[in-house]
Each structure stands twice: as C-alpha cells, then as structure tokens.
Design a binder for this molecule. Structure first.
Ligand code: PGA
Length: 252
C-alpha cells in the first residue's frame, strides 16, 4: 500500500460559468458525505468562477484550484492572472504545463519553471502536467519526452512544496481512449525515478503522481487500483457531479 493520499482533480477547462459552477458545487456537496474522506478533491474552474466556487467550498475539505498562472507576479501583461491574485481568492493548487497550453500557447519548460516558482512563493501547490503525443509514443520517444518535460524542475534544489505531477498522454485526453493501467504505471515509474534522481528516493516516494486522459467512472477503479497511480486529473467526466463523485469513490 502506498502511503500517499489519493487525489482527484477536476479540470473543467473552458466550461461552466460562475453560476454553473455554483450549481455543480451544490449538487456535489450533497453527495460528499457518501464519499471517502481519505481522498483529496480539488476543482479547477475557469478564472471567472474561482471566487464564487471558492466561497462555496470554504469549510469543506475540497481544494480550489486554478487552471494556469502567469510567470510574473505583476505588471504589463494584459489578460493574465498572477499567483498572488489566485492566492487572494483562496486558490490552493494550480495546473502548470497542461498539454493544451503546451500546444496552443507554445509554452515551454523555462516558462513552467517560472510558473512553479511563482506558485511556491505564494504557497500554492503546483500540479505539473507531462505526457507524450501519439506521434512521440509511436516513435518510441515517450521516455525522452517525459525526461525533457521534467527538466522544468531542474532549477529547484529541493522538491517544490506541494508538488503534484499529472501524467497525461496527449492521445488519451478527451478521446475516450485512456491509457491501459500497465502503460500508465510504466510512465509513472519513470517519472518517479526522475524525481528520485533529483531529490532522492525517500522524497520521490512522497510525491503524488496522478493519471489523466479519458478517466471515466467505468475505468477509474482499474486505473486508481494501481499502487503507482495516486488518483486522477479529469476533464470531461468531472463536469457532472454524480460522475465526479463516482471517480472520488473509485479512488478511495
Ligand atoms: P479528459 O481530460 O478527462 O477529458 O480526457 C483530461 C485533462 O485534459 O486534464
């Protein structure tokens, strides 16, 4: 048995207005008493819903998460949101390096390092996302890609506080084609060994590594049943309260 507490994170992406987020919270909180306390839960709405959702989640154990953060603390960066702004809203965790941002915004490891630094400075846990494309997997490059993506952690002499990793193979995201548990476990082991090289085995063993990519109530128990899989980062299936609750149950 792993001593790491499981964690299930909802990534709502560009879905749900503040009003819709509030409706979700009301339904989900009603289901919460039937869910295992041992499973950590975080919800990452779009920025405009953070404040309203945050108010509804106060005094629950559910963490408020953000989908991104800027590399700088403040300044002339039109349209961007900084770590202190997130902190002020009660955000406890933020995604960094999601594949949709790697692809659409061409963000790279140097930027991810700076984002993680800003989060740590503001006592927000970074949820750093890594994962290969189908082309990279088919070309036998998965190991190289994960190693390159993990270089975002190179500048940190010690483990960034609160760091969580999400392994999300790009070909599994939103496709209905999740990685097999064996595939995910292999990638998680590689990620953990990369952490061990930097911070030592003991520290690496404490870091939660989530799986993401077409997690559903149907496949969650099999994936989360693996000792190496510490929970999930979930898009589509996190949008419906009953489905998200089923995922939390599966991680317990
Ligand atoms: P999905 O998305 O669960 O809809 O595949 C996961 C993610 O992108 O975090």
């Amino acid at each position: 048995m792993s001593s790491r507490a499981p964690l299930v994170v909802a990534n709502w992406k560009m879905n749900k207005t503040a009003r819709e987020a509030a409706a979700f919270a009301e339904e989900f909180l009603a289901l919460r008493p039937s869910l295992p306390d041992s499973v950590g839960v975080a919800i990452a709405p779009a920025f405009p819903a953070l404040e309203r959702l945050g108010r509804l989640l106060t005094h629950t154990q559910i963490l408020l998460a953000a989908q991104d953060v800027h590399t700088e603390t403040k300044g002339a960066n039109t349209g961007e949101v900084s770590a202190p702004m997130l902190k002020d809203l009660g955000v406890a965790m933020a995604l960094v390096g999601h594949s949709e941002r790697r692809r659409d915004r061409k963000e790279d490891e140097a930027a991810f390092t700076r984002k993680i630094e800003r989060l740590v400075e503001n006592a927000i846990s970074p949820l750093y996302c890594v994962g290969e494309t189908l082309e990279e997997r088919d070309g036998g490059k998965t190991d190289d890609v994960l190693a390159r993506q993990m270089t975002a952690l190179d500048p940190f002499g010690s483990l960034p506080a609160g760091l969580v990793i999400a392994y999300e193979p790009v070909w599994a995201i939103g496709t209905g084609r999740a990685a097999s548990p064996a595939m995910a476990v292999e990638a998680h082991r590689q990620i953990r060994s990369l952490l061990a090289k930097r911070y030592g085995e003991g520290v690496a063993a404490t870091v939660r590594i989530l799986y993401g990519g077409s997690v559903t109530p149907a496949n969650a128990a099999t994936l989360f049943g693996e000792e190496e899989i510490d929970g999930g980062l979930v898009g589509g299936a996190s949008l419906v309260p009953a489905d998200f609750a089923a995922l939390v149950k599966a991680a317990g």
